[in-house]
Design a protein around this ligand. Structure first.
Ligand SMILES: [Zn+2]
Length: 232
């Protein structure tokens, strides 16, 4: 009898325990199962193609207000529409389409996996080249057809030219080495006799003259950039 009483008395506690996961679930963002599915897909694809463990990457979904607040504080460097914090985690802007797009996940996770290179190259004039290389690897992870109207299209073509010149494996080893000074290593690899020319090509890229930027990767003094305000 005492056993039955005990069981009855325990029942409210049991109910609480049983409903606990539901209560906990209610605090997560609606649709998180979609994000879990994309997360698994992208982690698996990065493992298959780049042989890197993206499951360790911390990420967080923020609403627009929180995201902008972050962007103005500790995320000042490296935040994009769905930007990564280059130093400790990737944040997604829930008000954008990014969290629903595996390619965007791949792009941001690649930023994270190459965070030492990002630190070197996040500043102008290298920042658009950095986006191009990030897209180059994102398309390896999540294959697709680049949209010529996408703002990063020319940057991607520039990255493809770099890969063609030094080899995809070399580009990958420099980009993901996570050692210091890898931007300098890339400059030397691409234009061994005249590394500053690489900076200049990046600057031409920033100005949107992709064809000239690509041509400048081959040492050829007859190729002159157009529309540059200054040379460095
Ligand atoms: Zn990016």
């Amino acid at each position: 009898m005492r056993g039955l009483l005990k069981a009855i008395l325990r029942r409210p506690l049991l109910a609480l325990v049983l409903t606990w996961p539901t209560l906990a679930g209610a605090t997560t963002h609606p649709g998180s199962s979609e994000f879990d599915r994309i997360h698994r897909q992208v982690v698996s694809a990065i493992d298959d193609t780049l042989h890197m463990d993206a499951s360790i990457i911390p990420y967080e979904m923020l609403d627009r207000k929180e995201f902008v607040k972050k962007a103005r504080t500790d995320l000042a460097i490296g935040v994009e529409v769905n930007g990564p914090l280059l130093y400790d985690r990737v944040y997604f802007d829930l008000s954008s389409s990014g969290p629903h797009d595996p390619h965007v996940w791949a792009h941001e996770f690649i930023h994270y996996l190459a965070r030492m290179f990002n630190r070197d190259a996040i500043k102008p004039p290298a920042h658009k080249m950095l986006e191009g290389i990030t897209e180059y690897f994102a398309f390896q992870v999540i294959p697709g057809h680049p949209n010529p109207r996408h703002p990063y299209y020319g940057y991607l073509r520039f990255a493809e030219a770099i890969a063609a010149k030094i080899g995809g494996d070399k580009l990958r080893s420099i980009f993901f080495s996570n050692q210091a000074h890898q931007y300098s290593a890339l400059r030397r690899a691409v234009v061994p006799n005249d590394p500053p020319r690489f900076d200049l090509a990046c600057e031409v890229l920033v100005r949107g003259d992709y064809a000239t930027a690509v041509a400048m990767l081959d040492r050829n003094d007859s190729v002159k950039p157009t529309g540059l305000l200054h040379f460095r």
